[in-house]
Design a protein. Structure first.
Length: 471
């Protein structure tokens, strides 16, 4: 029984280079596999005979709303996991336990409330966010089934952060891979064998998320983790601190959804009745490629945030600096590979989604335009998620929102000057320039981080991670 409680990774004592790799690679792979949830659905939906392009556009309209629901999982998960890492680094295990139990209850309550709200507001939201008369039936079919699984999606995704932040990156990866493999198996069965169409794609995803959720909860209530889910010790103040720290990742994901919603609306407006649905379908394919970039890179920077937070709590500035160096190298390498893939292989990627050559041609241009700023984007992720991992929300949130503001400005200006296709250039503009400011802010705060980490703070009397020292 003793063997089951052995940690995969010791955040405070393992060699930093191997520690970063052992956490970053599984976290990256977990997120890469999670992209399959949406991509596999879209591939099968886009190849439904006769109605594939319309069905794909309908599912694409659902995407931003569903991403916004998922943002709540990261709001609580990333809002609580860094605090738990800091508490563990300071030796405050009771505080870490209270953070986990409060986050579990908070996620469940938010999931139930959001399910009711999303079901009540589905039709007007889909119309507002870019559904046309032709695509609305497909959007409603997918949306209604998917929303019924919100509880599984939020608990599985949010609580997985508390597995990773304890050093069990492989377990975190396995939970996501379980759902992805199940989704791969169930999609063709429900969509084609049972002839359920887009409803089948959504049902396959919900069942896959249920499997991942059960895996995560079983692990966090079992003997392996240092900190397990327990009942009791609920505090409104502690939940408030979790939500405050999680504002940055929440806004990142929520505003990402608004960006896609705005993009779809712009494309419908400038594309007109003839090309609007076609361009929305192409945007859905382009966004699928961008997910392959951003989610795995977020896995690298978000997963390794536990190293930064733990060592801030333990007073090890040297380990923080060394970890950041390797995290940046991994992100730059990953984005360089994806940039080449986008520019040279976009055509191969788009053809797996649709047999329609017109939609594929637009999607190729969209991917090439929107990925021009990937290398600077790596710096943005390392800085913002690094600040988040160390509880420094007051820097992470403004830097995130700045990048989104640049996107919206470009989105409304570029198509007005050059037509609908230029809407896809807004992504590149927002990825090229804000990261330089983020890097400057980080360098200005580097000495402060070193000084703060050198102070071994006392364990707070009431338990939980004290954010004031990191804000």
């Amino acid at each position: 029984m003793k063997k089951t409680v052995k940690l995969e990774n010791d955040l405070g004592r393992d060699p930093v280079r191997s520690l970063v790799l052992r956490i970053a690679i599984p976290s990256m792979l977990a997120q890469l596999v999670s992209v399959l949830y949406s991509i596999v659905d879209r591939v099968y939906i886009g190849n439904i005979p006769e109605v594939g392009s319309l069905a794909l556009a309908g599912a694409g309209v659902c995407g931003p709303i569903l991403t916004m629901l998922s943002a709540v999982a990261f709001w609580v998960g990333i809002g609580g996991a860094p605090q738990m890492s800091i508490a563990m680094g300071r030796g405050d295990m009771e505080g870490a336990r209270k953070i986990l139990s409060n986050c579990f209850v908070l996620l469940g309550a938010l999931a139930l409330a959001l399910t009711a709200l999303a079901l009540a507001a589905g039709r007007p939201l889909l119309l507002l966010f870019g559904a046309s008369d032709a695509t609305l039936p497909y959007a409603l079919d997918y949306y209604t089934v998917y929303v019924c699984g919100t509880l599984f999606a939020l608990l599985g995704t949010g609580m997985n952060q508390f597995i990773i932040c304890q050093g069990f990156a492989k377990k975190g990866m396995q939970s996501v891979m379980l759902g992805a493999v199940l989704n791969l198996a169930l999609d063709p069965v429900f969509i084609f064998t049972f002839d359920m169409g887009v409803k089948g794609a959504a049902l396959a995803t919900v069942l896959s998320q249920l499997a991942s959720c059960l895996y995560v909860l079983r692990f966090l209530t079992g003997p392996a983790p240092t900190v397990r889910i327990t009942l009791g010790g609920y505090e409104g103040k502690l939940m408030g601190r979790v939500l405050l720290l999680g504002l940055s990742p929440f806004f990142i994901y929520a505003v990402d959804s608004l960006m896609i919603i705005a993009l779809n609306a712009i494309l419908q407006n400038y594309g007109g009745a003839g090309q609007g649905d076609q361009m929305v379908a192409a945007a859905t394919i382009s966004q699928s490629f961008l997910l392959i970039v951003t989610l795995p890179m977020g896995g690298i920077t978000g997963g390794t945030g536990s190293i930064l937070g733990y060592n801030l709590g333990a007073g090890r500035a040297d380990r923080i600096r060394e970890a950041e160096k390797y995290i940046l190298a991994l992100c730059l390498g990953y984005t360089a590979v994806l940039l080449l893939a986008a520019q040279l292989g976009a055509g191969l990627f788009t053809r797996i989604f649709t047999p329609d050559p017109a939609v594929s041609a637009v999607a190729v241009q969209a991917i090439r335009l929107s990925t021009l700023g990937l290398l600077p984007l790596a710096v943005q992720y390392v800085v913002v998620d690094g600040f988040t991992g160390m509880g420094m929300m007051r820097y992470a949130l403004p830097l995130s929102l700045l990048r989104k503001a640049v996107f919206f400005a470009a989105l409304f200006l570029l198509p007005a000057a050059g037509g609908a296709m230029w809407a896809f250039g807004a992504q590149a503009v927002s990825d090229l320039f804000p990261p330089f400011l983020s890097a400057g802010v980080y360098l200005a705060r580097r000495r402060w981080i070193d000084q703060q980490a050198a102070i071994r703070l006392p364990v707070p009397e009431r338990g939980g991670a004290d954010m004031d020292h990191a804000a």
